[in-house]
Design a protein around this ligand. Structure first.
Ligand SMILES: NC(=O)c1ccc[n+]([C@@H]2O[C@H](COP(=O)([O-])OP(=O)(O)OC[C@H]3O[C@@H](n4cnc5c(N)ncnc54)[C@H](OP(=O)(O)O)[C@@H]3O)[C@@H](O)[C@H]2O)c1
Length: 241
């Protein structure tokens, strides 16, 4: 059966790997949303079932335009993956400094997925799967934070905890319509954001996430799942909020 899968931040890193793996299936149409004007990474895949649309998740007008462009391609979206995000780097709350990175990261990582998800809801409501995946992070976990599991990245960590609340709220607001809204921690992965020494490769992380996305149903709506940092691991487990 054909499916339409929409992915934000699709031009590099985990987003590009989602596009690569999903587009292997000729029954899938992948809509690859990217902020950049440089289409070369996705065009290099040479896949007729991948459509590129410009979308900056931090720009209301661009998100609206992206919805209109999408409607020219499809009447429905089955799976939306809110993947686009930024991390402005190390930041300790105890060190006096400019607080603007907190609002900048919040605008992209928390408000971005809200702009995108709510704007695309009419298309998602027409979809068969009604799955909305939010790429969160282990650093979102309050439980793991107080166990000192992570270095200081306050803007990013706060944004991903905020994102998890967004997931919980969408899961409640959309539960009567049969949606499955989930937060995923992809594990620590070798991308520009994750760095070259991360234990997981993008193909490993994305393989696990795609397997999870295809197996979930509304019974797990509103949960947080993680790809654990063991490259041999092939399944995602429930994560501490
Ligand atoms: N890699 C890890 O270890 C790791 C761990 C936990 C969670 N994550 C999460 O996994 C997701 C993907 O991360 P990644 O490692 O692939 O990061 P990445 O290599 O830095 O790629 C980030 C992607 O997001 C896009 N993006 C950033 N701001 C955007 C905006 N305002 N609008 C649209 N696109 C925007 C970037 O586009 P441009 O090319 O235009 O900048 C790029 O395509 C993120 O949500 C990240 O927080 C990653």
């Amino acid at each position: 059966m054909s499916k339409v899968i929409a992915i934000t931040g699709a031009n590099r890193g985990l987003g590009l790997e989602f596009v690569k793996q999903y587009s292997q299936d000729s029954n899938v149409t992948v809509i690859a949303y990217q902020r950049s004007d440089d289409r070369s990474a996705i065009e290099a895949l040479k896949k007729d079932n991948v459509k590129i649309i410009k979308l900056d998740a931090a720009d209301d007008e661009q998100v609206k335009k992206a919805v209109e462009e999408t409607k020219k391609i499809t009447k429905s979206i089955d799976i939306l993956i809110n993947n686009a995000a930024i991390n402005t780097g190390p930041f300790k709350l105890t060190e006096p400094q400019d607080l603007s990175p907190i609002s900048k990261v919040h605008d992209t990582n928390v408000l971005g997925p809200i702009r995108v998800t709510t704007s695309f809801l009419p298309l998602l409501r027409e979809g068969k799967d009604k799955k909305v995946i939010f790429i969160s992070s282990g650093v979102a976990s309050l439980t793991r934070t107080v166990k000192k599991s992570f270095g200081p990245m306050a803007p990013y960590a706060m944004s991903k905890t905020g994102l998890n609340m967004v997931v919980a709220l969408y899961s409640v607001e959309l539960s009567d319509e049969g949606f499955t809204c989930l937060a995923f921690d992809p594990g620590h992965v070798q991308t520009d954001m994750g760095g070259g020494h991360a234990p997981l490769t993008p193909p490993e992380s994305i393989k696990n996430m795609i397997a999870k996305i295809s197996s979930v149903s509304p019974e797990v709506n509103g949960k947080f799942f993680a790809v654990k940092g063991d490259p041999g691991s092939t399944k995602m487990e429930e994560e501490d909020w």
